[in-house]
Design a protein around this ligand. Sequence first.
Ligand SMILES: COCc1ccccc1-c1cc(O)c2[nH]cnc(=O)c2c1
Ligand SMILES: [Mg+2]
Length: 215
Amino acid sequence: SAMSKEQRVLQYVQQNASRGDPDSVLAAVDKFGWETEWAMNLGDVKGAILDRFVKETAPQTMLELGTYMGYSAIRIARLLPETAKFMTVEFDQENAAVAREMIEFAGLQNRIIQITSDTADVIPQLKTKYDVETLDMVFIDHWKDVYVRDIKLLETNKLLRKGTVVVADNIIKPGAPEYAEYVRTCGKYDSTFHESRFEYSNDDIDGLEKSVFRG
Ligand SMILES: COCc1ccccc1-c1cc(O)c2[nH]cnc(=O)c2c1
Ligand SMILES: [Mg+2]
């Protein structure tokens, strides 16, 4: 059957980027997103903001909710030391399969623990099954309607500690108003909004919320 959009992006990467060169993989995905087909990757503009947060935090233990085709996992892993533990969770099996190949092409398969499952099932298993004590950083970029459910799961499963940095995509578009309201008013986070541009768009506004757990 015909290729999915995600498979078309992967093919473009395999034919236009350099194997083992994460920056060339990111550049190829972004070129495809700007010039050929829009896709819901974090993208280059918001990606630069996340890069800054990852560099500032230098997490040894990191979790991403929502792998999609692996773009932000590659973006993050390329900035982490070999010693870091980085897990990314994707529910959709087909997207997870594309991500696995994209991550492998980038040469980062040894730095990323890819989990194909529902985040609601994985979060309660992180301590026991994935040997996590607490998380230094979390990137939330999956379905906006479960952002609040999942950050509360991180809290109740004692995975956050004083200073854990939680970054969330799509605060404006498509929007995660309940999540923004929660992290800004619940009293457990110091939260700041970082306005940016929607992926592969010159006009649409979007932004990242950065919330530091108070412990
Ligand atoms: C499938 O909707 C695509 C879309 C359409 C219109 C507006 C926003 C989005 C959008 C943008 C994103 O960065 C996203 N990131 C993660 N999980 C998403 O579901 C998601 C959706
Ligand atoms: Mg997103």
